[in-house]
Design a protein around this ligand. Structure first.
Ligand code: NAD
Length: 257
């Protein structure tokens, strides 16, 4: 699978799943655009590292995905967008009657509305290029719910609905729009929670992973960022040209329960 000559923009890609997806797209030959709202030296260094490792032209562009105009600016500033991966996301856990308004607004903006703005800006570029792939990183929580995650579950269900809608709008064009729904993925964020949870439950690392974190994941294994990157590369391949408007779960069986 060669994505040589394609430009791939991955929102929220200076860590975790976004960075893993960007690395796999670059390994497949794409020139990736990394993004976050931080603009640190390390963010630019990550892009340099990917360029060196893969012989592609990786860049970093700062843009805050909570702001519609910055979402659109990211696409414009990249100058091309053959592959768009909407990945930026945050979480907040709270019962609905105590859910802080600013957290609700931020989750809806970053996890859902950003995909509206980036797709609106990117589709004309894909149409002009005669090819395009949109991959929205939703979640198992785009298909099912958990208590205390009202904003996240609402935003991720919204992303799945938006994915289907835009797929229908582009169905007769060489553009596909799909969502990947990960279960629990071993990112640095998740890894960092393991020691505290071990103390809290007085459990071994293995028991915390199997019985607390992966309680709802039947495989009892985390998905990896490499697997999500590989699924994204597959959705960009010719084999996936007729796959549009759907979700691919990478969740160890969670949504089969
Ligand atoms: P992470 O915290 O490692 O990554 C989140 C990324 O989003 C970071 O690069 C961060 O810089 C970026 N980001 C946050 N706010 C931003 C903003 N305002 N503007 C631009 N970038 C911003 O977390 P992750 O686990 O890699 O999550 C990535 C995506 O995958 C999220 O959408 C998340 O909901 C989804 N997801 C994660 C899991 C999991 O288990 N880790 C499971 C299902 C879905």
């Amino acid at each position: 699978m060669s994505l040589n000559g394609k430009t791939a923009i991955v929102t929220g890609s200076n860590s975790g799943i976004g960075l893993g997806v960007a690395r796999e797209l670059a390994k497949a030959g794409a020139d990736v655009v990394l993004n976050s709202f931080t603009d640190r030296d390390e963010d630019h260094a990550l892009a340099d590292e990917i360029s060196k490792e893969t012989g592609t032209n990786a860049r970093y562009i700062k843009a805050d995905m909570s702001k519609g105009d910055e979402c659109r600016m990211l696409i414009d500033q990249a100058g091309a967008c053959d592959i768009l991966v909407n990945n930026a996301g945050i979480q907040h856990v709270s019962p609905i009657d105590q859910f802080p308004v600013e957290k609700w607004d931020a989750i809806i903006a970053i996890n859902m509305s950003s995909a509206y703005h980036t797709m609106a800006a990117a589709l004309p570029m894909m149409r002009a290029a005669g090819w395009g792939r949109v991959v929205n990183i939703a979640s198992a929580h785009g298909l099912t719910a958990s208590p205390y995650k009202a904003a996240y579950v609402a935003a991720k269900h919204g992303v799945v609905g938006m994915t289907k809608t835009v797929a229908l709008e582009t169905a007769q064009e060489p553009i596909t729009v799909n969502a990947i729904c990960p279960g629990y993925v071993l990112t640095p964020l998740v890894e960092a929670q393991i020691p505290d949870t071990m103390k809290e439950y007085d459990m071994s690392r293995e028991d915390v992973i199997k019985n607390v974190m992966l309680e709802r994941q039947p495989s009892k294994e985390f998905a990896t960022v490499e697997q999500l990157g590989g699924t994204t590369v597959f959705l960009c391949s010719d084999a996936a040209a007729q796959i549009t408007g759907t979700t691919i779960s990478v969740d160890g069986g969670w949504t089969a329960l």
